[in-house]
Design a binder for this molecule. Structure first.
Ligand code: NAD
Ligand code: MG
Length: 300
């Protein structure tokens, strides 16, 4: 049997992963990777470390599933210890990722809680610093996406909660983390293709993603003289629990990602190398940048 390809194996990106063509499915928020059909690749057997984050200490929000899980696993394979933020309902997914981190010989610090609460955000950073003995990588990746066809039906409550989770939490967590981050540290925010190509049914979500871009580019300039780099990663359509918890209308799921130039949705494992690059010292002259990982959709 041929060995499993890893992220460094020369392959055709069109066929690197099969089209997901997911069946219609629904999960209550926040959703579990464990219950997703088909299952996703977080890099468990496809991400090979090359020593790029040796001894580093990372806090990753939304690290239980999807993109955050792939980032947490890749960071551990590269030599980092990882504090994982997730919601209490996601314990099952979080335990799986933690076990992969530990099998990779690194430490996982599990910190369940709701980041739409400012007090918890401060507590999260304190627990991460305590559990890791410091902090030099922060990945603001947690996010919420609930589609809504008509603005009149978009509740004030949803608008507020999408902003609290996607924008305010990034502000609260970054603010709390800053006093701990030494020169050389890296902050990476997960934005989206939605920041530039907002879907008509994702007004609140897309607006938060444009805010994340502005926050990233402004803060990058403010922190550059302190030796702290701030960058973003903008995923395109990636197969994760976000999509089946009202992120998309159910009838759209079977064709999810097929309209990209590459013709398929991405896997979380395909995002991880972008975060590793931005976290590692090799990107020392890269700041205020957004790496678009989206299957070829034109982006500014
Ligand atoms: P995901 O559901 O696996 O991850 C989102 C995570 O956010 C959840 O696992 C959860 O732990 C966390 N979260 C949500 N609300 C929270 C709260 N109140 N408190 C604490 N944690 C909370 O889905 P994903 O697709 O991997 O999403 C990760 C990021 O990628 C999000 O910012 C999302 O907007 C972004 N993104 C995803 C896609 C895509 O197609 N999947 C595309 C562009 C951007
Ligand atoms: Mg999750």
């Amino acid at each position: 049997m041929a060995p499993t390809p890893d992220q460094l194996t020369f392959t055709d990106p069109v066929t690197r992963y099969p089209k997901v063509e997911p069946p219609k499915q629904d999960q209550p928020e926040p959703g579990l990777d464990a219950d997703l059909t088909p299952q996703v690749d977080h890099g468990e057997s496809t991400y090979r470390g090359t020593g790029r984050l040796e001894g580093r200490r990372a806090l990753v929000t939304g690290a239980d599933s999807g993109i955050g899980a792939a980032v947490a696993i890749a960071f551990a394979r590269e030599g980092a210890n990882v504090a994982m933020s997730f919601l209490p309902e996601e314990e099952e997914d979080a335990r799986h990722v933690a076990s992969v981190i530990e099998e990779s010989g690194r430490t996982a610090v599990l910190i369940p809680g709701d980041i739409s609460d400012s007090a918890f955000c401060r507590e999260l950073v304190a627990q991460a610093v305590d559990g890791l003995g410091g902090l030099d990588i922060l990945v603001n990746n947690a996010g919420r996406q609930i589609f809504c066809e008509k603005l009149e039906d978009l509740s004030d409550e949803q608008f507020d909660n999408t902003f609290k989770t996607n924008v305010y939490a990034m502000f609260w967590i970054t603010k709390a983390a800053l006093p701990h981050l030494p020169a050389g540290s890296s902050i990476i925010n997960t934005t989206s293709i939605e920041a530039y190509m907002p879907a008509p049914i994702l007004i609140d979500y897309a607006t938060t993603k444009a805010s994340i871009n502005a926050f990233t580019k402004g803060l990058a300039q403010q922190l550059a003289p302190r030796g702290i780099r701030v960058n973003g990663v903008a995923p395109g359509p990636i197969w994760t629990p976000l999509q089946v918890t009202e992120g998309q209308p159910k009838e759209k799921l079977p064709e999810f990602g097929s309209s990209t130039p590459l013709g398929r949705a991405g896997q979380p494992a395909e995002l991880a190398p972008a975060y590793v690059f931005l976290a590692s010292p090799e990107s020392s002259y890269v700041m205020g940048e957004t790496l678009n990982v989206n299957g070829g959709m034109p982006s500014p």
